[in-house]
Design a protein around this ligand. Structure first.
Ligand SMILES: Nc1ncnc2c1ncn2[C@@H]1O[C@H](COP(=O)(O)OP(=O)(O)OP(=O)(O)O)[C@@H](O)[C@H]1O
Ligand SMILES: [Mg+2]
Ligand SMILES: [Mg+2]
Length: 520
C-alpha cells in the first residue's frame, strides 16, 4: 500500500500533524527524579461490569463471598454444544461508560476468539472485541491535573475463572463463578507522563465508572484491574519500547511499579543496551517488576471471529435512549456546585465521598453524597447545608469509624435540623448534639420532637439567661477579674460555663451580651 502510494502518505503527514506528537511536545516538563528522560505510559483497564447476569449466559454474576462453583451454567463451564447469548445489559453499561468518556459508539462491532491455554479458561479462548470494539476514541479529563488523556478504544470481553494454587498439595483449584462475567477493557493512548498522572487517571476512571453505574471499580476486590505499559526515551527522541506490567491490584502499587520500571529502563539505556519488549509482573515485597515473558515467547493468540456470535449492530435509537438517561457526570456536577457558591474544598470533600458510593446491580443508580446534598439544599442556603454535611455529619461519621453509606440520618431529618438551628429554635450546640443523638440511636424521630424530648429548645427567657450568668460570675471570680481589667477573651470561659449549665439551650451570643452588660 505504502509502496504504491508514497505521495499519499507524505501528504497526509504534511496536513495532519499527529495529535499525540503535539500533545507530547506541549507537555514536556522536566521531572527532577529523571531529568533528561521522558516517561510514556498507556493503561489498559479491565472493569468488571456490574450486571445481574454474565456476558453470554443468564447465570447470575457472583460476589466475593459466594461459595466456589455456585454460579456456573453449562455454557460457563464450556460444555460442548452450548451457545453464547449476548446480555444487552452489559452492552448498555458499556455504552454508558463510552458516552461518559466521549467515545464514539460504533454502529457495528464484532467478537473475536483470543486463544490461550490456562486452567482458568475452560473454552481455551476468551471472547473479546480487540479488532472491532464497540467504542473508539474519546478522552478523559484528569481530576487533579488539567490534562486530557485520549482513549483508544473500549471493548467487551469475558472474565476468566479464578485459580488458586495450593503448594502443599501441589494442586490448583478452579472456581468458575467469575468465568464469563462481563468486562470492559478501556485502552488509553500513551498520553500519561508520570506515575502520579497514571494514578490520577485510574482514580478518575473509577469515579466515572461508579457515577454511571457500570462497575464497582474496586481494585482491591478485583473488579478493576490494570495492565500498565511503560516506556522511556531521552528528551527530544521518539517513543521507546514499551514493557507491559500485568495484574496490578492497587493504585498505590501501580504507581510504585511504574516508578521502579522507569528506573530499570533508564538504567538499561544508560548502560548502552536496549529495552526488550516484555510482559512483566510486579513483586510487591521487593517493589520491583520482573520478567514474565518476552516478545519471542509471547503467546500466539490465533485471533479468529467467533463463529457463534454475529456482529453486534447498535440501533441509533438504543444509544440515544441511553444518552438521554445518563446521570450528571462529575465535571458537570463540579460546575453546578461551584455556581451554588460552594468552596472548592467543600466540593472536593463531597465529591470524593460521592465517588465511593455503592453501585447498584444492572446500572441502577444509587444516590450518593451529592444527591443527599441536593435534596437537603432544596429550598435552603447551599453553603449552610454543605457546612452541616461536610463538617458535622461526615465529621461525626468519621469519628464513629463509619462511612457515608452508614449514614442513618434522612434528608428530612437533616433538613429540619438545619431549619431549627437557622431559626434559632435550637442553638448550634444543641443542633450538633441532636445530630450525634440520631447517629448513635439511629432514631427516625424528627429533630423538633427530639429537641423537646431532650430539653434542647433554645431559651429566649431573659430572666433564666441572667440567672445562669449570675451563677457563672460567682463560680469564676478569676475570669470576672480578668474581664474587668479589660481582657475580653476571658469572657469566653464564662459563656462556656453558661452553655454547660443550660445544656446548650442558651444562645451563646445573647449570653455574651448579657455578661458584658453585667460586668461593665
Ligand atoms: N511506546 C509506548 N509506551 C508506553 N505505552 C505504550 C506505547 N505504545 C503503546 N502503548 C500503550 O500500550 C497499550 C496497548 O494496549 P492494547 O490493548 O492496544 O494492546 P496489547 O497490550 O498488545 O493487547 P492485550 O494486552 O490486550 O492483549 C495502550 O494503552 C497504549 O497506549
Ligand atoms: Mg489490551
Ligand atoms: Mg496489553
Amino acid at each position: 500500500m505504502l509502496a504504491r502510494f508514497p505521495h499519499a502518505k507524505i501528504c497526509m503527514l504534511a496536513h495532519r500533524p499527529r495529535l499525540s506528537r503535539l500533545l507530547h511536545a506541549s507537555r514536556i516538563k522536566e521531572d527532577s527524579r529523571w531529568p533528561d528522560w521522558n516517561v510514556v505510559i498507556g493503561i489498559e483497564v479491565h472493569a468488571q461490569i456490574k450486571s445481574k447476569a454474565k456476558l453470554f449466559s443468564n447465570t447470575l454474576t457472583s460476589g466475593l463471598h459466594d461459595p466456589p462453583n455456585t454460579h456456573v451454567s453449562l455454557y460457563d463451564a464450556a460444555f460442548p454444544g452450548t451457545l453464547p447469548h449476548l446480555n444487552p445489559k452489559c452492552v448498555e453499561l458499556g455504552i454508558r461508560m463510552a458516552i461518559a468518556l466521549n467515545s464514539e459508539v460504533q454502529r457495528r462491532s464484532a467478537f473475536d476468539r483470543k486463544h490461550y491455554f490456562y486452567a482458568d479458561l475452560p473454552t481455551g479462548y476468551q471472547i473479546t472485541q480487540q479488532y472491532a470494539p464497540f467504542a473508539k476514541g474519546g478522552f478523559l479529563k484528569l481530576s487533579k491535573e488539567d490534562i486530557s488523556v485520549r482513549i483508544k478504544q473500549i471493548q467487551l470481553e469475558q472474565d476468566t475463572a479464578k485459580s488458586t494454587f495450593y503448594p502443599r498439595q501441589q494442586h490448583t483449584a478452579i472456581d468458575l463463578n467469575r468465568a464469563g462475567t462481563g468486562l470492559m477493557e478501556i485502552v488509553s493512548e500513551p498520553d500519561l507522563r508520570s506515575p502520579e498522572e497514571a494514578g490520577d487517571y485510574v482514580r478518575t476512571l473509577q469515579s466515572l465508572l461508579r457515577c454511571v453505574g457500570s462497575s464497582d471499580g474496586n481494585m482491591e476486590q478485583g473488579s478493576l484491574r490494570c495492565d500498565v505499559n511503560v516506556s522511556v526515551n531521552r528528551r527530544g527522541s521518539g517513543f521507546g519500547t514499551r514493557c507491559e506490567i500485568k495484574n496490578l491490584n492497587s493504585v498505590r502499587f501501580m504507581m510504585i511499579a511504574i516508578t521502579s520500571e522507569v528506573r530499570r529502563q533508564i538504567d538499561i539505556l544508560q548502560s548502552g543496551s536496549s529495552v526488550p519488549q516484555e510482559t512483566r509482573g510486579f513483586d510487591e515485597d521487593r517493589a520491583e517488576t520482573y520478567s514474565l515473558r518476552n516478545k519471542e515467547d509471547a503467546p500466539d493468540y490465533r485471533y479468529m471471529p467467533d463463529p457463534n456470535l454475529p456482529p453486534l449492530f447498535l440501533e441509533e435509537a438504543f444509544v440515544t435512549d441511553i444518552r438521554q438517561r445518563m446521570p450528571e457526570l462529575p465535571d458537570a456536577t463540579r460546575i453546578r456546585l461551584q455556581s451554588l457558591g460552594l468552596s472548592s474544598r467543600d466540593i472536593d470533600v463531597i465529591m470524593d465521598v460521592d465517588s465511593g458510593r455503592e453501585v447498584g446491580v444492572d446500572g441502577e443508580l444509587r444516590p450518593g453524597a451529592v444527591a443527599y446534598f441536593d435534596s437537603v439544599a432544596s429550598g435552603r442556603d447551599p453553603r449552610v447545608v454543605v457546612n452541616w454535611i461536610t463538617h458535622e455529619l461526615l465529621g461525626q461519621l468519621a469519628f464513629r469509624k463509619e462511612t457515608f453509606s452508614d449514614n442513618p440520618m434522612t434528608v428530612e431529618q437533616m433538613g429540619e435540623l438545619i431549619d431549627l438551628v437557622q431559626s434559632k429554635t435550637v442553638t448550634g450546640t444543641s443542633g450538633k448534639e441532636i445530630l450525634r443523638h440520631i447517629l448513635t440511636t439511629r432514631t427516625l424521630n424528627m429533630p423538633s420532637q427530639l429537641a423537646e424530648e431532650l430539653n434542647m429548645l433554645a431559651t429566649s427567657d431573659d430572666t433564666l439567661l441572667k440567672q445562669w450568668c449570675s451563677v457563672a460570675i460567682s463560680a469564676l471570680p478569676n475570669e470576672v477579674d480578668k474581664v474587668r481589667k479589660g481582657n475580653m477573651n476571658a469572657i469566653n470561659r464564662l459563656v462556656g460555663h453558661v452553655m454547660k449549665a443550660s445544656k446548650g439551650a442558651a444562645n451563646a451570643q445573647a449570653v455574651k451580651t448579657i455578661l458584658t452588660e453585667m460586668l461593665s
